[in-house]
Design a protein around this ligand. Structure first.
Ligand code: HEC
Ligand code: HEC
Length: 219
């Protein structure tokens, strides 16, 4: 296991856990989470508590931008969290926080996908710096699936990267590298992605490729 993973520090995990618990308390999800068995008809639209009122992401609880997300990608991730093939690794604190949020019916997922689809999309602001030129070289392999312009490719199942919160791209790339994401035997798309991070050998390569993605125009 590589040592650069930002999620490693215990203090970090506790800080994140505290913030997520606070968010849960705000949206009164704690009773829902623990009484899932006999739950009454409920509001499935609590997502903005963590993902930001306008769906633009919340770095404090590591919840990414949802506004502008492709409908097929949003649906697949909700199904993957629900099926437990994403957010299951004990070190994947943010994924574990998201997983119980996806105890949704197919109807709820369809409702959420339509709801999120109506949100205004504004690309996220850049927060990550790195060597854009070496990032461009590293991005060569990524373009096969995510597109030259990082706007995604539905046929490959690869989502847009340009415009997503850059701190989130960094965490997810780290997660793929160390195996917190994309290793479950039923996670077909995650496995395809996990096989592609061979050039991400340390944190600086991850930052460089994300810095390059930041230099591309979001859709
Ligand atoms: C308690 C806070 C919280 C709530 C409430 C929450 N999420 Fe999340 N969500 C997160 C966190 C943290 C992550 C990052 C986990 C990860 O991807 O590793 C995440 C990740 C996601 C992802 C993955 C994004 C990607 O680019 O792969 C999707 C999709 C998502 N959430 C949708 C939703 C939807 C839809 C709802 C409402 C039904 C919701 N979330 C409610 C915290 C939350
Ligand atoms: C073989 C096709 C393929 C290649 C090449 C590839 N990816 Fe991916 N990538 C995917 C797929 C498919 C997913 C969606 C995985 C899932 O559904 O969980 C993905 C997901 C991601 C995510 C997570 C996005 C999110 O919102 O959760 C990031 C970040 C990412 N890729 C970055 C990269 C980078 C950087 C490269 C180049 C080093 C790369 N990918 C190369 C197919 C690919």
């Amino acid at each position: 296991m590589l040592s650069f993973v930002p999620l490693d520090g215990r203090h970090k995990i506790w800080r994140l856990a505290t913030r997520i618990l606070a968010a849960l308390a705000v949206c009164q999800l704690i009773p829902y989470t623990y009484a899932a068995a006999e739950r009454e008809p409920y509001d499935d639209r609590y997502c903005t508590t963590c993902h930001g009122t306008d769906g633009r992401g919340n770095e404090g609880i590591e919840a990414p931008r949802l506004a502008g997300m492709e409908d097929w990608y949003l649906r697949r991730q909700l199904e993957n969290f629900r099926a437990g093939i994403r957010g299951y690794h004990p070190m994947d604190t943010a994924g574990i926080a998201m997983r119980p949020m996806a105890k949704l019916t197919d109807e709820s997922i369809a409702d959420i996908v339509a709801w999120v689809g109506g949100w205004d999309y504004r690309p996220a602001e850049s927060t990550i710096e790195g060597d854009v030129q070496s990032g461009e070289l590293l991005y060569g392999v990524c373009a096969t699936c995510h597109g030259m312009d990082a706007k995604g490719n539905a046929a490959m199942g690869a989502p847009a990267l340009a415009g997503q919160n850059d701190w989130y791209l960094v965490t997810q790339l780290s997660n793929f590298v160390v195996g917190y994401r994309g290793r479950h035997e039923d996670d077909r798309y995650g496995q395809q992605m996990a096989a592609m991070v061979g050039t991400m050998t340390d944190e600086s390569t991850i930052r460089d490729v994300v810095a390059y993605i930041n230099s591309l125009e979001a859709r």
